[in-house]
Design a binder for this molecule. Structure first.
Ligand SMILES: [Fe+2]
Length: 203
């Protein structure tokens, strides 16, 4: 009797874990199958060195762009003053555009066989964009901070685009020039014009 009862319990337990093969196997853990900073061999007509170099540069730009996105959302939320509504909307628009760039850059890293930086704690370790105070800065200081983050990314993107082009990685060059640089420059222009101290009614 005792044996039968034990056997029934065991059956119920295993049925609970995977009834008819339709129960997902939950709480799984495993070893890393590719380490950060490595690239797999992909047949895309680029050398290992070119793909390794591009992934490294793209991951730095990816980390800094994720921080820029976070800064845009922070300042979108914390905005204040008579131009609150305009800036609240503008910063959110820029954040959305940065999010699209982030996805494109991350997928470029994957296309080259690399590993895109994704976890925000990993991003924080890699970024060179200074951390803002947890509280609220004055509005011009918030805008200046965004401009400086843009310039950091733009300087890196110009250099990385040139070097990637020299190594034959035209796709990375194109992504950096046509998305990271062009969008970044445009966003920087829109921000910078808000820092011009100009009379609004009488000159
Ligand atoms: Fe919002």
């Amino acid at each position: 009797m005792a044996t039968k009862a034990t056997s029934r319990t065991a059956t119920r337990k295993s049925a609970k874990a995977a009834p008819n093969g339709s129960q997902p196997w939950l709480h799984q853990r495993g070893k890393q199958v590719q380490e950060f900073g490595t690239v797999r061999q992909f047949p895309v007509g680029l050398s290992y060195d070119a793909r390794m170099y591009s992934c490294q540069r793209l991951n730095q730009i990816l980390a800094d762009s994720q921080i820029l996105y976070g800064l845009y959302k922070k300042h979108h939320w914390l905005m204040r003053g008579v131009t609150f509504y305009q800036l609240h909307l503008l910063l959110d628009k820029h954040a959305g555009e940065q999010l699209e760039i982030i996805d494109a850059v991350a997928e470029r890293v994957q296309t080259l066989g690399g590993v895109a930086v994704g976890d925000p704690r990993h991003v924080a370790e890699i970024t060179v964009v200074p951390r803002p105070p947890d509280g609220v800065e004055e509005v011009p200081a918030m805008l200046s901070r965004l401009l400086e983050a843009h310039e950091t990314i733009l300087v890196a993107a110009h250099d990385a685009a040139n070097r990637a082009g020299e190594l034959g990685d035209d796709g990375t060059n194109d992504l950096l020039v046509s998305e990271v640089i062009r969008t970044g420059e445009l966003q920087a222009w829109f921000l910078a014009e808000h820092l011009v101290d100009t009379p609004l009614v009488r000159s």
